[in-house]
Ligand binder design. Structure first.
Ligand code: ADP
Ligand code: MG
Length: 682
């Protein structure tokens, strides 16, 4: 029997392996089984070259469980004593401590760097036996044993069959791996698509009320996963079935993209656009990364473009440096190329689906748009491609490309400054009457109710000169798109002021809400009162909600414009009635006011153009006095009108109806409104 020390310069690597790689203990299984796969594939290669004599036989890799051990057996090429010495005993291990300290959280990096694949066994085992017999004729079977110290033993043994058994004597603190269910789920995670069959015990079946083992191997992997096969041989059903295999709980995907590159790097894979039912489905890390069918990770950030991390599927590439840290990945130019390639491939595929079956594309657009918008917002190159197939949907559920929509609207919706105004609603129900008004005027209204639409709107405004988005309820219809047409105002200033005063006085006092009341002639058929919020203010408030540093806008009150329509019959009635009712009080006041105004103008004229020190103090005082009087008289007038308005149930009713339409009538105000309505009916 030979005894020796494993060739490492560090005193004892095993405690280091254990300590540093603590969180990733489970990858021992991947490492040992992928070694078994390698050994089997090497054997196949030798056989194909005629360098291996004899039958290959069954090549299934077997994983078995005992009370204290896990055994992994392969029928690969095995090792001779010299090979054990060379490949197992001599571990190149220079600069170990520095490296370990740097990458202590990254087991992949450590394992890759040192070729510690085999030694990862010591993460879970207190003792490891390796029993192996080379494929070479008359090879002597060997047994290598190591108990986790740098010492090993190597001795001759009996082994009937070619290949290698690795027997792990599981550590006391790792006994979880001896549970069948735990091991089974790890096998599924790491070995699901390995190219050589892996059997974990025998298949079981129910017999006489209990589970019994059958003769059949319980093969846990699919050795020819879909991405390794030629796209031309595959049908839609195959892609859907594979998706179900990957994500049994998910709905059928929208689209898929089969990736297949061999230059300048090797990469295969299938990406699926999932159907998103709610935000909970919107998860990163659903793409699995493989290296020659060995599962590596489901964190693909840095490898696929950020917006595509929301997709599902698999990517397999031997060229992605898997065993390095994340920050290294992001700066690796090969990885950048891969990311660019995938992004391009995705946009090409979407474009071709759009071209070949627009109806289908439209029917999936609502589910698809979140991915596309995310891509457009985060990747310039993707935007440039996607703006040819990205769609806009209007409130009648018609879909348009950006170009089509521009052509559709530019005739009716260009304002006098030459800006193309896109009108939109973000809630078709709440903004119903505004949408109707816009449509009656011959405008089209977009439905922008997606999670990313606020950001998309800003993006489109930046990308397209002279294009603005305006929400349908952000102003009265005639001012949404300002054209040259002038609207005659039929009422004189004094009457308009009276109306504004009366309605202003009856607007509710709501915390952090301000109403700016004005009058306008909007036409007989338009509602008596409209409440709007300016596009600008609303956007600033929306941004303040999602962006820190804009809290200034968030603190500001919500400001609404209340437009009293002087053409509306009810408004006219209110005006007439108020004039009749208040005449006795108002007429003397108005006479006084008009005298004061005249006097004010005279004084003002006399002082105009003069410097401050050229005006006599007496004259200054006189002007001030008149101004004070005027505002007193006006205040009196206001209070007469407010008193009147307070008693006028029509005014209340009109104000409440406008509030109601904007979802602002609540609680006590709402119940008063209902009572008043009933009274008015009766
Ligand atoms: P790597 O797989 O990266 O080469 P490992 O530490 O996993 O590093 O394995 C070291 C070497 O030990 C392998 O290259 C191979 O030569 C040998 N080896 C490990 N496991 C087996 C096995 N099951 N059959 C034959 N040779 C093996
Ligand atoms: Mg290995």
């Amino acid at each position: 029997m030979q005894k020796g020390n494993i060739g490492v310069t560090t005193e004892n690597i095993f405690p280091i392996i254990k300590k540093f790689l603590y969180s990733d203990h489970e990858i021992f299984l991947r490492e040992l089984i992928s070694n078994a796969v390698d050994a089997t594939q090497k054997l196949k290669t030798l056989a194909s070259k005629g360098e291996m004599k004899g039958e290959m036989g069954d090549l299934t890799i077997r994983v078995s469980l005992d009370k204290d051990t896990i055994t992994i057996s392969d029928r690969g090429l095995g090792m001779t004593a010299e090979e054990i010495d060379k490949y197992i005993n001599q571990i190149a291990f220079s600069g170990a401590n520095d490296f370990l300290a740097k990458y202590k959280d990254d087991a992949n990096a450590i394992i890759g760097h040192f070729g510690l694949g085999f030694y990862s066994a010591f993460m879970v085992a207190k003792k490891v036996e390796l029993v192996t017999r080379s494929y070479r004729e008359d090879a002597q079977a060997m047994k290598w044993t190591c108990d986790g110290s740098p010492e090993f033993t190597l001795e001759e043994t009996e082994k009937a069959d070619r290949g290698t058994d690795i027997i792990l004597y599981i550590d006391d603190d790792c006994r979880e791996f001896l549970e069948e269910s735990r091991l089974s789920s790890l096998l599924r995670k790491y070995c699901h698509f390995l190219p050589i069959p892996v059997a974990f015990g025998k298949k079981k079946e129910w017999k006489d009320g209990k589970q019994v083992e059958t003769e059949e191997d319980n093969v846990i992997n699919n050795t020819t996963p879909l991405w390794t096969r030629k796209p031309s041989e595959l049908k839609d059903e195959d892609y859907k079935a594979f998706y179900r295999e990957l994500y049994p709980m998910s709905d059928e995907p929208l689209f898929w993209i089969h990736l297949n590159v061999d230059y300048p790097f090797n990469l295969t894979g299938i990406l699926y656009f999932p159907r998103i039912k709610s935000n909970i489905d919107l998860q990163k890390n659903k793409i699995q990364l493989y290296c020659n069918q060995v599962y590596v990770t489901d964190s693909v950030e840095g490898i696929v473009p950020d917006f595509l991390t929301l997709l599902h599927g698999v990517i397999d590439s031997p060229d992605i440096p898997l065993n390095v840290s994340r920050s290294y990945l992001q700066s690796d130019s090969n990885v950048k190329k891969i990311s660019t390639y995938i992004s391009k491939k995705v946009s090409d595929r979407l474009q071709s689906i759009f071209n070949s079956d627009r109806k289908d594309f439209e029917s999936k657009w609502d589910d698809l748009k979140i991915f596309i918008h995310y891509g457009m917002l985060t990747e310039e190159d993707f935007y440039d491609k996607a703006n040819k197939f990205a769609l806009l949907k209007d409130t009648d559920a018609h879909y348009y490309t950006y170009e089509e929509y521009q052509n559709l609207t530019k005739g009716e919706q260009t304002d006098k400054e030459g800006n193309l105004i896109y009108l939109y609603a973000n809630n078709a129900e709440e903004q119903f009457s505004y949408i109707e008004a816009a449509k009656n005027k011959g405008y089209n209204v977009l439905l922008m109710d997606g999670q990313l639409d606020v950001a998309l709107i800003s993006l489109l405004e930046r990308k397209n000169e002279k294009t603005r988005f305006t929400r349908v309820d952000s102003d009265v219809i005639d001012r949404l798109i300002v054209k040259d047409e002038v609207h005659e105002t039929t009422l004189d200033g004094n009457k308009r002021e009276m109306l504004a005063t009366m309605f202003r006085s009856q607007m509710p006092r709501i915390d952090k809400v301000e109403f700016n009341v004005e009058t306008q002639a909007l036409g007989e058929n338009v509602a008596p009162i409209l409440i709007t919020q300016s596009e600008y203010m609303r956007r600033m408030k929306e941004m303040a909600r999602i962006q820190p540093g804009m809290s200034f806008y968030g603190e500001m009150p919500d400001m609404f414009n209340v437009v009293v329509n002087t053409d509306n019959k009810l408004v006219k009635n209110v005006l007439e009635d108020s004039e009749a009712t208040c005449a006795a009080d108002l007429t003397p006041l108005e006479l006084t006011l008009s005298d004061l105004e005249k006097r004010h103008e005279e004084l003002h004229k006399a002082q105009e153009g003069k410097k401050d020190d050229e005006i006599a103090t007496a004259d200054k005082d006189a002007l001030e006095e008149v101004e004070k009087k005027m505002s007193e008289e006006r205040a009196k007038k206001d209070s007469i009108l407010s008193d009147y308005a307070g008693k006028n149930s029509i005014i209340h009713q009109l104000v409440d109806l406008a509030l109601l339409q904007n979802n602002m009538l609540k609680g006590e105000a709402l119940s008063k409104f209902i009572k008043r309505s009933i009274d008015l009916i009766g």
